[in-house]
Design a protein around this ligand. Structure first.
Ligand code: E4P
Length: 224
């Protein structure tokens, strides 16, 4: 399981990269414009924080496959380290996935609502597919079930493509896609903290410390 930060906020990324087992950062146009900065400057700053080994996902905005191919080459040249381009699964997007993956630039097929979109993107050469779990749920669909179907199809056809599940509103959805066969998830900064937050854990830790200091003295803050 690999965990990604779904944000372009530099403070959030620096904090989460320091504390959590992060594999990289995913962005999309909405996430980038929220930061109100020139996008290339922002992407390079994110790269500076996470280093060159962790993946940085950048979504293409071109309308045609040829435009997306030119964008992918530009982004790949301009940003150092491991860059993955995100391509929406439209008809032009599928053509772009074929072109760009043949050019050996890593590709994530995004805005996925159905398992057939994921399977087609995989056949076109996508390294990752991103089913939009919460957005599927919002349409009276079942995001977890779509992830499970993709996982079954990828197993049945020996697809190398990884499932990077995206669009979450709560920890339960993240938990359920992990069980449904997702290889990785991308979550917001708010949700990342909630993955491990549980009141009993904090209460237990406080009680251990109190007992320890009750016996060894209040000045005993650590074992060394
Ligand atoms: C991933 O990068 C997706 O774009 C993102 O998770 C979508 O999330 P949202 O549905 O909360 O906007």
């Amino acid at each position: 399981m690999r965990l990604y930060i779904d944000s372009a906020n530099l403070e959030q990324i620096a904090y989460l990269n320091d504390y959590f087992p992060i594999a990289g950062v995913t962005t999309n146009p909405s996430i980038i414009v929220k930061e109100k900065k020139p996008y290339m400057e922002l992407l390079k700053e994110i790269r500076g924080i996470i280093g060159e080994e962790k993946e940085l996902f950048v979504q293409l905005i071109g309308d045609t496959a040829e435009e997306m191919m030119a964008e992918a080459q530009y982004i790949n040249r301009a940003i150092a380290g491991k860059v993955v381009v995100k391509i929406p699964v439209t008809t032009e997007g599928i053509k772009a996935i074929k072109l760009i993956s043949a050019y050996k630039i890593p590709v994530l097929a995004t805005t996925i609502y159905t398992s057939m979109q994921a399977l087609t993107a995989s056949m076109a050469g996508a390294d990752y597919v991103a089913p939009y779990v919460n957005r599927i749920d919002n349409l009276t669909g079942n995001g977890i079930k779509v992830v499970q179907e993709i996982s079954e199809l990828f197993s049945a056809y020996n697809c190398k493509t990884k499932i990077l599940a995206a669009s979450f509103k709560n920890v339960q959805q993240v938990h359920d896609v992990c069980l449904a066969g997702a290889h990785s998830v991308t979550v917001s900064a708010e949700l990342m903290g909630k993955l491990i937050d549980f009141p009993s854990t904090n209460a237990d830790v406080a009680a251990f410390k109190k007992q320890w200091q009750g016996y060894y003295g209040m000045d005993k803050q650590s074992l060394n």
